[in-house]
Design a protein around this ligand. Structure first.
Ligand code: IPD
Ligand code: CA
Ligand code: CA
Ligand code: CA
Length: 263
């Protein structure tokens, strides 16, 4: 698989940040941790990884802008490109010693996601995708799962935590999905959940209350693996609605219908 120079820049940044996360994961009890809001933690590891990514990407492409979870936005000098960065997706897992977390980096050009990299250092799993070039896990080309019926499907989700205000309608959605599928998983890192859909490990995924950095790289991963994604209304406004539904064509359609069933 030949990667473009641009994708290589993203891979280098993600792997360097991933190595920093792996070191910090080894001594997680020594990290400084603070709360951004109820149930919403950030640690020294998140900040260190974000700094590495920022340095690597801004050195390679000085004119591109940024949207980063911990440091916010920096306008693009070229008016066209924006990196969307989650330095540690799955902070709660990380801080609890659960080895399921990742670095997520996407690139937007004129508002379109054109490349994505998601790296899980604990499993040494590197997901990459470029628009029109397919999605890969390490060197293996990815394809979404082929199952077409919810009854056979394992579906990922994200359960809202303390301080998030949509528990009521989430419980209705969860109950609807639980009643129709083979299994539901809450793995705790949205970028990896979407990568897992791309890899055919999960048949589908839905979540509410996400931010662009949770979704951007995962979106191109699923699309390039032949999957379908939308917001809960079936549109493409995932960043503004903050919700996402993903799967192959049949599972995506069925999941959209199921989560919206009235009580
Ligand atoms: C979180 C994870 C989690 C999702 C949360 C996100 P973070 O990201 O992706 O799975 O349920 O909504 O905020 O804060 O660990 O980067
Ligand atoms: Ca966070
Ligand atoms: Ca995240
Ligand atoms: Ca994060």
């Amino acid at each position: 698989m030949a990667r473009s120079a641009l994708l290589n820049v993203m891979v280098q940044a993600a792997m360097k940040a991933g190595r920093s996360l792996a070191r910090d994961f080894g001594e997680v009890q020594n990290l400084q941790v603070s709360l951004k809001g109820p149930g919403d933690y950030v640690s020294q590891a998140d900040h260190r990884a974000e700094k590495i990514i920022f340095q690597e990407l801004s050195r390679a492409r000085p004119d591109y802008g940024f949207l980063m979870e911990e440091s916010g936005e920096i306008a693009a000098k070229d008016g066209q490109h924006r990196w969307i960065v989650d330095p540690l997706d799955g902070t709660t897992n990380f801080l609890h010693g659960i080895p399921f977390f990742a670095v997520s980096i996407a690139l937007e050009r004129q508002g379109q996601i054109v490349a994505g990299v998601i790296y899980n250092p604990a499993l040494d799993e590197l997901y990459t995708a470029e628009r029109g070039g397919g999605a890969f896990l390490n060197d293996r080309r990815l394809r979404v799962a082929a199952r077409t019926k919810l009854v056979d499907a394992v579906i990922g989700t994200g359960i809202p935590h303390l301080g998030v205000g949509h528990h009521g309608h989430y419980l209705v959605e969860l109950r609807n999905v639980m009643a129709e599928v083979s299994g539901v998983r809450r793995m705790g890192a949205a970028a990896l959940d979407l990568a897992s859909v791309a890899a055919g490990r999960l048949d589908g995924f839905w979540e509410d209350g996400l931010s662009p950095w949770d979704m951007a790289a995962g979106i191109i991963m699923v699309r390039e693996a032949g999957g379908f994604l939308s917001d809960k209304n079936g549109g493409q406004d995932m960043f503004t609605t903050r919700n996402i539904v993903a799967g192959n064509e049949a599972i995506h359609r069925a999941l959209l219908k199921t989560i919206k069933k009235p009580i």
